[in-house]
Design a protein around this ligand. Sequence first.
Ligand code: NAD
Length: 366
Amino acid sequence: MARLKEVGAGKDKSVFHQLSEHDHEKVVFCHDKDTGLKAIIAIHNTVLGPALGGVRMWAYASEAEALADVLRLSRGMTYKAAVSGLNLGGGKAVIIGDAKQGKDEALLRRFGRFVKNLNGSYIAAEDVGTTPRDMEYIRMETEHVCGLPESMGGSGDPSPVTAYGTYMGMKAAAKKAFGSDSLAGKRIAVQGVGHVGGYLVELLSKESAEIYIADIYEDRLREVAKKHKAQVASMEDIYGLEVDIYAPCGLGGTINAATIDRLKCRIIAGCANNQLREEEVQGPALAEKGIIYAPDFLMSAGGLINVSSELGGYNRESAYAKAERIYGITLDVFELAEKEGLSTQQAAVKMAENRIKRIGKVRATF
Ligand code: NAD
C-alpha cells in the first residue's frame, strides 16, 4: 500500500524513476531567465478531476529536494481530495526561491502562464510562501487558480472551515471512543493556537469543553486563553496532560519516538499536516496503545474543501456543509481500520485509493 510520507525520497534516483514510483502523471519544469522563475509543477493523479494544489515558495537547498517535495506533496493532495469525496485530483507546485525577497508580479505572472499552458489539468492555490495577493497575479494570466481574496469573489481565509472540519472529525472520534460525540466537559489539549487552532478553541469553548492550550507565541497564547477561558500549558507539558483529546494544530511531526510514550489521551485529532513523524512506526504504535488517531489529512481537509468551493462560485455555507461530512468519513475510516486490521492512517489511504479505482472504472467509457 502506498504511504503518504517518505524520508529522503528521491535524492539519488532519476526523474522518471521517481515519477514511476508513485505513478505521477506529469511533471513540468518551468524556467524563465528574465524573471528568475524556477518552478516545478507536479500532477500526481487526475482520475477524479483536475489536480488542485498549492504553490509553495521555498528556498530549497537543492533542486533534488524541491522535486522530492513537490512529488510528495502532490501525492498527498490526491489522497486528501479522494478521501474527502471531492472530484479533484492531486497536484502541487514549488517555486524555488526566498518568498520574502525573490517574489514579484512578473515572476508570478510568468508562473501563471505555465499554469495556463496546462489547460486546467492543474489548478493553483495558496500555500507556504504565497498569499491571496500572489494568486491575484497568477489570475491575471490564467483562470486556473483559486484561493483569491474575498473581495475578488474568492474563498478568503480557509482557517475557519479547516477548524470546523477538524472539530467534526474530533466529534466522530469522540463518538467512537466514548459512545457520544458531545465534547462538553471533555478535556482537550490544543497544541498551537494560530489561525486554525484559534478557531478550533472557539468551537470547543462553545461546547463547554475543558481546554488546555500551548503555543510558542506568548501574546497569542494569552489572548486565546482569556477570550475562551482556556488553561495555559507549557510547550513541553502539553504532551503529558491527562486529557481525553490531544489536538496537534502547530507544525507536523509532533508524534514521534520522543513524545509517543508521554501521551495520555484517548484520541488524537488535530489539523497539523504530517503529524506522525514516521507514519509506519507511530501509526500502528498508537493503535497498540489504544489511542484513536484521526488521520491528519482528513482532519485538515476543510482547507481544500473551502478553496475548491471557489471553482463553482464560492458559497461559504456549502463549504461548511461539505466540511461537515468529515464526521461521517472519519467514522467510515475507523470502521475500515477495525475490519481490516489497519492503522487508521492506512485505512484512510486505502479508502482514498479505493475511490480512485472505482470512479476511474466508472469513467473508463465515454
Ligand atoms: P499558524 O502558523 O497560523 O499557526 C500555528 C501555530 O502553532 C503558531 O501560533 C505557532 O506558534 C504554533 N506552534 C508551532 N509549533 C508548535 C509547538 N511545537 N507547540 C506549540 N505551538 C506550536 O498555522 P495554521 O494556518 O493555523 O495551520 C496550522 C497547521 O494546520 C499547519 O500544520 C498547517 O499546515 C495545517 N493546515 C492548515 C490549514 C489552514 O486552513 N490554515 C489547512 C490545512 C492544514
